[in-house]
Design a protein around this ligand. Structure first.
Ligand SMILES: *Cc1c(COP(=O)(O)O)cnc(C)c1O
Length: 368
């Protein structure tokens, strides 16, 4: 090998197999090479090698398995976003002609996925108030086409904790699968698969990644369903990039430390806000929602928060606030917002890992 053209392409890749890296290397490659046709044939016989990154990649595989382990589920698959993980999960259970029943307070993006996209695929979509169990049962009785019941372990923005065990009980009477979005709670707080849920989805963009620098999703659960979901990810091109998987795995290493501190901070923030605002905090997780009294000007409040930034996401290591009325629930009519209680005075706070005295001081300053 003598020419610059050849050396610039091949030299670096010659040595790699002898290097023992402490953390998993990043396989930032779109495909994998084979040294013989026999080796290539071996791939198709299932010898564990890799072919093409949309089909499978060591980093994205490792992320799926890591989250499956945390959720105590047998198998996982990663996807390009929480939304794609949810789509792959849904399509592993339902097909055209089948119906889905979802909680009416699901994340806005999920609501749009169901209402605008899945209906185009011929899937029937129903929403119900999941805090009213008889509403769920009545729909299941009336609609035997419902094959999947979907909710979130902790909902947004009022942090209703889903009765997951009650939902799983439905399986003994109706021919349905249960799917839970565990993004807000994380496996630090609850592991829905161990309670009988078939599929657990995550927006890893939030707590799993934890640093607001990736958009990623993971779906874990029943091995057979995840096998089908993997096929959906490959065929629909919902795959995650290796680098995002690598970053998410790096984030997950500190998940428990972050969740511990963020949960403690959220508890202290909720206690601090009592008496100053109407507070929603379910006692777990690191999100606190509150409604400012009419005497507090909401724009002034948001402008007075100093280093607590206004950010339309959650779960980073920084304490941030979001404005459901103007962002996550913006698309709803004034009437719909009124109905679910998302008024102009509602604030959603994502507790970070800063010193609690600094957070309370900055928050307190916005109230005067
Ligand atoms: C953010 C979020 C999603 C969507 O995740 P993306 O990674 O943005 O696609 C789904 N569910 C919940 C609860 C979320 O917070």
């Amino acid at each position: 090998m003598t020419s610059i053209e050849t050396k610039s392409v091949h030299t670096a890749t010659m040595k790699e197999r002898t290097i023992q890296s402490k953390v998993m290397p990043l396989y930032q490659t779109s495909a994998f090479s084979f040294s013989s046709l026999e080796e290539l044939e071996g791939y198709y016989e299932g010898n564990g090698t890799y072919l093409y990154s949309r089909t499978a990649n060591p980093n994205t595989d490792a992320l799926g398995q890591t989250v499956a382990d945390l959720e105590m589920a047998p198998k996982g698959v990663s996807a390009s976003s929480g939304t794609s993980a949810i789509l792959a999960g849904i399509l592993s259970v339902v097909k055209a002609g089948d119906h889905i029943l979802a909680a009416q307070d699901v994340y806005g993006g999920t609501f749009h996925l169901l209402k605008e996209e899945l209906v185009l695929m011929g899937i029937g979509v129903h929403f119900a108030d999941f805090s009213n169990f008889s509403e769920i049962e009545q729909l299941l009785i009336d609609m035997p086409e419902i094959k999947l019941v979907f909710s979130e372990s902790i909902t947004n923005p009022f942090l209703r904790m889903e009765d997951i065990e009650a939902l799983c009980q439905l399986k003994s009477t109706y021919d349905v699968r249960i799917m839970i979005d565990n993004t807000f709670a994380t496996p630090y707080t609850t592991t829905p698969y161990s309670l009988g849920v078939d599929l657990v989805a995550h927006s890893a963009t939030k707590y799993l990644g934890g640093h607001s620098d990736v958009t990623a999703g993971v779906l874990v659960g029943d091995a057979e369903l995840i096998g089908i979901a993997e096929k959906r990810v490959v065929n629909l091109g919902l795959n995650l990039s290796p680098f995002e998987a690598w970053l998410t795995i790096r984030g997950i290493k500190t998940l428990a430390l972050r969740m511990k501190t963020q949960t403690e901070n959220a508890q202290a923030i909720a206690a601090f806000l009592e008496g100053k605002a109407r507070v929603w905090y379910p006692g777990a997780g690191a999100i606190v929602s509150f409604e400012l009294p009419e005497s507090v000007d909401v724009s002034e409040f948001f402008s007075s928060l100093g280093w607590i930034k206004i950010v339309p996401t959650l779960a980073g290591v920084e304490t941030t606030v979001s404005y459901p009325y103007g962002t996550s629930h913006r698309a709803l009519s004034a009437e719909e917002k009124e109905k679910i209680g998302v008024t102009r005075q509602v604030v959603r706070l994502s507790a970070g890992i800063e010193g609690i005295e600094d957070i309370l001081e900055q928050l307190g300053a916005a109230f005067v």
